[in-house]
Design a protein around this ligand. Structure first.
Ligand code: CDP
Ligand code: CDP
Length: 225
């Protein structure tokens, strides 16, 4: 049997990271780890408790008291803070539009590093985020930087909302995604950036199966090396 790999998928919002990571993990019998959910859970708790979203030291103290757990599930991953399940509440617009303020605090990123590395240490994993290839797992066996045009990424999110029967405004989504990308890319600590040794994959014109196939090809190259 091949050695289980550590696969890092990074890229901007709506590039398809979680969809692809989930599909790949299922196919390979790997564990899928969505690191964005960790930043979302912290943002949710800060909003609930009235902690300043740009107050790094207070946020770090809050994280210290949290008991964040990611539990693999049939549909990907469930997220708990202590006994409270926050899997769904961390996906609200309020969290989505505030998470990049929290995520750019150096104290927050430092406080969450060990948890992410610990989760990745358990064998075959597909981890998605913004800084997995550059900071969290610099030694990952395979790094992929996925992207797509902002128009396409907003369209994907819009379709998702429509399918779920949620209200959705394509223009507004495009604006929000572009703003979040800007904050994620321009922050000082661990910005959204392609690692030097990451493979670049533009998914604008690709189907989900097409992206999975492309990554499987890259995995083959890693295994044969
Ligand atoms: O799924 P979506 O692309 O909307 O976002 P996400 O992966 O859930 O990540 C939410 C936010 O968390 C991002 O916009 C970043 O601000 C932050 N994040 C990060 O800073 N570093 C990571 N490794 C993952 C997420
Ligand atoms: O995790 P990230 O924010 O990068 O993207 P996602 O949550 O996986 O959302 C991508 C959306 O685009 C999902 O609704 C997918 O079904 C769809 N999609 C995709 O992921 N990849 C393609 N090549 C085409 C569509």
């Amino acid at each position: 049997m091949n050695k289980p790999l550590q696969i890092a998928l990074d890229g901007p919002a709506g590039a398809g990271k979680s969809t692809i990571a989930k599909t790949l993990a299922k196919k390979l019998g790997y564990v899928y780890i969505d690191t964005g959910a960790i930043y979302r859970a912290v943002t949710y708790r800060a909003l609930q408790d009235g902690v300043g979203l740009e107050d790094g030291p207070m946020l770090a103290a809050m994280i210290d008291k949290m008991d964040l757990r990611l539990v693999p599930s049939e549909n990907g991953q469930r997220v708990f803070d202590g006994t409270e399940e926050v899997t769904d509440v961390i996906r609200t617009n309020d969290v989505t539009n505030n998470v990049s303020f929290v995520a750019r605090q150096p104290e927050v990123r430092a406080a969450l590093m060990d948890l992410q590395r610990d989760l990745a240490s358990k064998g075959g994993i597909v981890m998605d985020g913004r800084d997995i290839g550059t900071h969290v797992l610099p030694g990952a066996d395979l790094k992929v930087f996925m992207t797509a045009t902002v128009e396409e990424r907003a369209r994907r999110r819009h379709e998702e909302n429509v399918a779920k029967g949620l209200p959705s405004d394509l223009g507004q989504l495009q604006l929000e995604i572009a703003l979040r990308d800007k904050r994620d890319s321009e922050r000082e600590v661990a910005p959204l950036r392609q690692a030097d040794d990451a493979h670049f994959l533009d998914t604008t014109e690709l189907s989900i199966d097409g992206v999975v196939e492309a990554i499987e090809q890259l995995m083959k190259q890693v295994i044969e090396r």
